[in-house]
Design a protein around this ligand. Structure first.
Ligand SMILES: Nc1ncnc2c1ncn2[C@@H]1O[C@H](COP(=O)(O)OP(=O)(O)OP(=O)(O)O)[C@@H](O)[C@H]1O
Ligand SMILES: [Mg+2]
Length: 248
């Protein structure tokens, strides 16, 4: 279980996260939604320890994740698979070399799933091509292999299906649902509402630094009186109430 307690993050005068309190449970998918620039990526990076909050803390199973105990911090990072929104690879490597490099960097001796994942995503024919010569969607699949290959307990997926064709997106969604069944804690962001509806147990909607809505997709639809998430969110945004929570 991951918890954010009163997390605040400012960039200069701009408060991106304004005292966020959230909990993410094992065996569930949380979709973090919000307009461009609302802090979704910042929230994920805060959980990862790539962004340090100005106030508040991130806890895993009740313990602060970034602390003086370097071993504990390393253990926490090893428990996470991350698909960044913009993945920057060493472009002159081949996909095979990159995957091997990441595998070697991990101290873990546990088995990895890269072969199975490459087959699933039909990456085998591209595996010996230079990353710079791969199409955007194919690079995104390599990115997915890197995030899932160690079977991490926590998956942080920042717009993971951006650029994927419908077949690959379906393969990806099946993978996410299987990981949820295995008890993983999964956070994802997406601007594709049909995908959110299919995958998310909980929606967290960020707006102007705050959690503007938190609840299930059905609760969001019921609250807005709409039949699609897209319309429900549009209605939510046109509503003047500062905070709407399905749980109250
Ligand atoms: N390192 C940084 N330095 C300064 N400002 C930053 C930095 N990282 C993010 N920001 C700002 O924080 C705000 C939130 O950015 P973030 O990337 O978290 O948004 P997002 O919700 O992920 O948006 P998108 O839907 O476009 O991916 C934006 O105004 C962005 O410009
Ligand atoms: Mg983002």
């Amino acid at each position: 279980m991951i918890e954010l307690r009163n997390c605040e993050k400012r960039f200069g005068a701009h408060t991106v996260l304004n005292g966020i309190n959230l909990r993410f449970d094992a065996g569930s998918v949380t979709a973090v939604l919000g307009p461009n620039g609302s802090g979704k990526t910042t929230l994920m990076k805060t959980i990862l320890g790539l962004v340090r909050p100005d106030k508040g803390e991130v806890l895993m199973d009740g313990k602060p994740v970034i602390g003086k105990n370097i071993q504990q911090t390393a253990q926490y990072r090893n428990a996470i698979g991350y698909m960044p929104q913009i993945a920057r690879f060493q472009d002159n490597l081949t996909a095979r070399e990159l995957i091997a490099m990441i595998r070697d960097l991990r101290e873990s001796t546990a088995g990895t799933r890269e072969e199975e994942l490459c087959e699933r995503f039909n990456l085998t024919e591209h595996i010996d091509k230079s990353l710079k010569n791969l199409s955007g969607g194919t690079r995104q699949k390599v990115n997915a292999v890197l995030a899932f290959m160690f079977s991490p307990q926590i998956l942080m997926l920042d717009e993971p299906t951006a650029g994927l064709d419908p077949i690959s997106a379906s393969i990806f969604k099946d993978l996410v649902l299987a990981e949820r069944e295995s008890g993983r804690t999964i956070l994802l962001t997406s601007h594709i509402m049909s995908e959110v509806h299919e995958l998310a147990d909980t929606i967290v909607f960020l707006l102007e630094g705050n959690v503007y809505f938190q609840g299930t997709p059905s609760e969001l639809l019921a609250k807005a009186g709409e039949s699609t998430l897209e319309r429900a969110i549009a209605r939510l945004l046109s509503n003047s109430a500062p905070t709407i929570s399905a749980s109250v």
